[in-house]
Design a protein around this ligand. Structure first.
Ligand SMILES: Cc1cc2nc3c(=O)[nH]c(=O)nc-3n(C[C@H](O)[C@H](O)[C@H](O)COP(=O)(O)OP(=O)(O)OC[C@H]3O[C@@H](n4cnc5c(N)ncnc54)[C@H](O)[C@@H]3O)c2cc1C
Length: 318
């Protein structure tokens, strides 16, 4: 499959990148390209202009500052796996980076690109020919969501591996836009809406991810169930971190954004964590998201996986 035509900018500073985005409405950032370029080849994403991040220095690698860990948005998933400090402090993050796609996706794919990847659906991530046998779905420019048979909504699913790991580790995201920089909790970059899953301003760039010092004191874990051992997106991915006073739990591939299992966390707060207690609250995990049939796997199976992965991850930590 060939790429459609597009204009390409290669700014050398973040300010230039922001200006290039602001100057071409609909322009998109290009990091590793392992998500965006595939969607462009499928003709489900057709930006006229791409703004490459490759020539901007200072966005790759992790540093420790004021007791916090700061990871540049261009840090690759392989860089994360090869960083001994990250492995010791944030094992869930390293396990999630290891779980992404294949070797090539991990060497090319970046932290920023992974967090900002598009949502997915069996009616959307298909070739033009496949999609031409029925009306376009709402996300691809039509009227109806074929998953829910509803007009004007999109239930496509966020399926990135890294976001749930960062959610349980209390990550924050640094953004740069036309009005300057800001830092917000990671959860706030997601809109919870399938058609436009990111809540960033049109010209905003993720520049870094910030983690608190020793978030969860090294007690965190990410587990993924996929169809095969590599290349596949998660059917369900679950991250769990142990803090004084309880557990934090987050999921991917079950809703329109990565989700925290608030009810489960509340049920465990302040209680002595035992295997018995974990088994008792595990069924609550099934209700942590609005699971829809955006993949070929049935919804009850995915709900069952949410409980099973929680049980396994939480028991590992306890
Ligand atoms: C066969 C296949 C299997 C895959 N398997 C998995 C998997 O198992 N798990 C998984 O998580 N992903 C998977 N992916 C998706 C993708 O490879 C990864 O998510 C990768 O990390 C994306 O990073 P990237 O740098 O290549 O993003 P890009 O493709 O460059 O960008 C993705 C999106 O993020 C935006 N973006 C990029 N950087 C920034 C930034 N700094 N600020 C704001 N927006 C930005 C881009 O504009 C684009 O919309 C798979 C892809 C394929 C094709």
């Amino acid at each position: 499959m060939r790429l459609p035509k597009f204009d390409y900018h290669q700014p050398t500073t973040i300010e230039e990148a922001v200006a290039a985005l602001a100057g071409s409405p609909g322009a998109r950032l290009l990091a590793g390209g392992t998500d965006l370029l595939v969607n462009m080849k499928l003709r489900v994403d057709l930006p006229q202009t791409l703004v490459g991040l490759d020539r901007i220095p200072g966005l790759r690698g992790s540093t420790q500052a004021d007791g916090r860990t700061v990871m540049g948005a261009k840090t690759t998933l392989k860089d994360i796996q090869n960083d001994p400090v990250l492995l010791e402090r944030y094992p869930a993050l390293v396990q999630a980076a290891r779980a992404v796609g294949s070797y090539r996706h991990q060497t090319m794919g970046t932290l920023g690109g992974n967090l900002c990847q598009n949502t997915r659906c069996r009616f959307f991530n298909q070739s033009q020919e496949w999609r031409s046998v029925r009306s376009l779905c709402y996300k691809a420019g039509g009227e109806d969501c074929h998953v829910m048979n509803k007009k004007g909504v999109c239930y496509s699913t966020y399926s990135g591996d890294v976001a749930p790991a960062l959610l349980v580790l209390d990550a924050r995201v640094r953004l740069q836009g036309p009005d300057g920089g800001r830092e917000i909790p990671l959860a706030e970059i997601y809109s919870g809406e399938g058609k436009s899953p990111l809540a960033l301003g049109p010209s905003e760039v993720v520049t870094a991810v910030v983690l608190p010092e020793n978030s969860a004191n090294g007690r965190s874990c990410y587990l993924k169930q996929g169809l095969r051992g590599s290349i596949d997106f998660p059917i369900v991915g679950a991250a769990v971190a142990r803090f004084d006073g309880g557990l934090r739990v987050a999921y991917t591939a079950v809703d329109r954004s990565p989700v925290r299992a608030a009810e489960v966390e509340a049920e465990l707060e302040g209680r002595e964590l035992t295997g018995e207690l974990i088994d008792k609250v595990a069924p609550l995990c099934r209700k942590a998201a609005t699971v829809t049939r955006t993949t070929t796997q049935p919804v009850p199976y995915k709900r069952e996986l949410m409980a099973a992965l929680f049980r396994k991850a939480a028991r590992t930590l306890v």
